[in-house]
Design a binder for this molecule. Structure first.
Ligand code: PEP
Ligand code: MG
Length: 589
């Protein structure tokens, strides 16, 4: 039966594929194996199953020596049922299918098949049979427990969250003919990162706001995605056909042939549009009245530099360095590892500038999933970003030295997130000086860097002279600026309707920041999601913005807007928008 689930659109386009449900059992690793490893993976599963069968046999022998009081008949019968389930063809063949056809790792294959069978049990009329579901779950749990102690021959489960090696493991494009879409209750930014170059054609999550970091990474993958779809992971079944409409923020489950045909058509139209935009790649971003606009890229990993160049970005305006630190079970990258990563990004940009933002963890970007901040009521208002860096000076100095060293290889800017106090600014700048002095003492080469601040707390936007006194450039982080101005958790879908980039208070802070920086001749850009949303390009141009940093996938669409814009005419209109009670009405005209 066809039905639709509504959520929030985060990444444009249409994806049609079979659902891969993930996240029911958080302790189970999900990764794709190399096709060469199929036999080894099946053997690993068999080992787990055989171990459980042996265990049950041993139990049966122990019970055989007991009297009916210690070992009631029900227990014997239960063990028989468990043994029977372990030999069940539907379970065994099903698990093999997921491994050989989809290249799921054994644990993932087992839980997938378990879910399918559980649903079949749920639908059974016979109460006795229906109750066998919990037996099935128990035997699967036992196998999983055994397998936990048996290392994977392909990828150690511990490595699955790390962004480095996992990316190669997931490059299995073409190993399965069926397009797959990922449905999960929630995915951490680190989880998303590991799927960055994976086979998935689209994503849907139950939770998350439009500018949650999970959504941001989904967008950077340039595949259709919907977040905040509430109960999607409960309503969709493993392997259902689904359509993800990333423009409308809708998922259609089990589509009828007519709906499929309609979306197939939309998909082809979107492809054509992409093709048209691709022709703008080498066109300079200059407005009709001759204003040159810098369109920069936001990246998460050094390897993203290639995509930024391919999209025609003229530099990196935001390298979210924290993604190098995530999913490492507390073992943070040392100076050399960071230096190599920053150097790769700088060299990858082939002489174009790279703005490295110092680590911004906390709130919806935990270092790893086991370290989610549940101890504090409001982690978004807590020890995140620069506050965390200043609280961990040795970690921060390590990063600062690595960034300074990378500046030997090209134009590097350093950018500090979440500053609000003059004291934080001074402390940060003296740590940068200290990092330079440490490198001097060690006789290690480093290059010049421009140091900039993000304006993402209203307090910062209200003391711009202080920021402009200390920094070489400013970059407006609208994602957080909106969150903190409107007191809306950017990751909470239940208040997503109030998360409004067009709120007059937000626009006022953005406009003032642009104007103040320009008045002092200092560069200013926007690197929040607003910069990549074509709905705001004309407004930001009208407010005087000349530098936009966004996901590479959005560069060409924004460039198209720039090419059609006349900033001289947009400026008075932008003033009207700023003065309006409901700016969105004017924007829509
Ligand atoms: C922002 O807040 O707008 C920003 C660019 O930083 P992040 O999204 O990483 O918090
Ligand atoms: Mg931010």
């Amino acid at each position: 039966m066809t039905f639709a689930i509504h959520g929030l659109p985060v990444a444009r386009g249409i994806a049609i594929g079979r659902a891969v449900l993930m996240g029911g059992r958080v302790d189970v690793a999900h990764y794709f194996i190399d096709p060469m490893q199929v036999d080894a993976e099946i053997a690993r599963l068999r080992e787990g199953r055989d171990a459980v069968v042996d265990e049950i046999h041993r139990l049966q022998q122990t019970i055989a020596g007991m009297g009916p009081k210690e070992a009631p008949h029900e227990l014997t019968a239960l063990l028989d049922v468990h043994l029977m389930l372990l030999q069940d063809q539907e379970l065994v063949a099903g698990v093999k299918h997921w491994i050989t056809e989809r290249f799921y790792n054994a644990e993932w294959a087992l839980t997938t098949q378990l879910e399918l069978l559980s649903r079949q049990f749920d639908e059974m009329e016979d109460e006795y049979l229906r109750e066998r579901k919990s037996d099935l779950e128990q035997v699967a749990e036992r196998i999983l427990r055994y397998m936990k102690g048996v290392g994977s021959p392909v990828v150690q489960p511990g490595a699955r969250r790390g962004p480095g090696p996992r990316q190669q493991d997931l490059q299995l494009e073409g190993t399965t003919d069926v397009p797959l879409v990922l449905i999960a209750h929630d995915l951490s930014p680190a989880d998303m990162l590991q799927f960055k170059q994976s086979v998935f054609a689209g994503f849907v999550t139950d939770v998350g706001g439009k500018t949650s970091h999970t959504a941001i990474v989904a967008r950077s993958m340039d595949i259709p995605a919907v977040v905040g779809a509430r109960s999607a992971s409960h309503l969709v079944r493993q392997d259902d056909w689904v359509i993800i409409d990333g423009d409308a923020g809708v998922m259609i489950v089990d589509p009828s042939p007519i709906i499929l045909a309609e979306y197939g058509f939309k998909q082809r139209q979107a492809e054509l549009e992409r093709g048209r935009l691709a022709r703008l790649r080498h066109t300079p971003a200059v407005t009709l009245d001759g204003e040159k606009i810098d369109l920069l890229a936001n990246i998460e990993m050094p390897e993203d530099a290639a995509g930024a160049l391919a999209a025609g970005a003229v530099g990196v305006g935001l390298f979210r360095s924290e993604f190098l630190f995530m999913g490492r079970q507390g073992k943070l990258p040392d100076e050399e590892e960071q230096y190599q990563a920053y150097k790769r990004a700088v060299e990858g940009m082939q002489g174009l500038p790279v703005t490295i933002r110092t680590i911004d963890v906390g709130a919806d970007k935990p270092l790893d999933d086991t370290r989610r901040d549940e101890a504090h009521l409001n982690p978004a208002l807590g020890l995140r970003a620069i506050r965390w860096s200043l609280a961990e000076p040795s970690m921060f100095l390590t990063q600062l030295r690595a960034i300074l060293r990378a500046a030997v290889h090209g134009k590097v800017n350093m950018m500090i997130p979440m500053l609000a106090h003059a004291s934080e600014i001074r402390q940060t700048l003296s740590l940068i000086d200290y990092a330079r002095a440490e490198l001097d003492n060690r006789g290690v080469a480093y290059g010049p860097v421009a140091v900039g601040a993000m304006i993402e707390i209203p307090a910062a936007a209200l003391i711009l002279p202080t920021f402009l006194k200390y920094f070489d450039f400013l970059s407006i982080g609208t994602n957080d600026l909106i969150q903190y101005t409107l007191a809306i958790d950017r990751a909470d879908e239940s208040v997503a309707h109030l998360y409004d980039p067009c709120h007059p208070a937000v626009l006022r802070l953005v406009a003032d920041t642009i104007a103040a920086a320009r008045a002092q001749g200092k560069p200013v850009s926007v690197c929040g999601e607003m910069a990549g949303d074509v709905a705001y390009t004309r407004l930001l141009l009208g407010l005087g913005l000349r530098s936009f940093s966004m996901h590479p996938a959005q560069v060409l669409a924004v460039k198209q807007e720039v090419l059609r814009a006349d900033t001289a005419r947009l400026a008075p209109w932008a003033r009207d928008v700023l003065a309006a009670e409901d700016p969105a009405d004017l924007l829509a005209e």
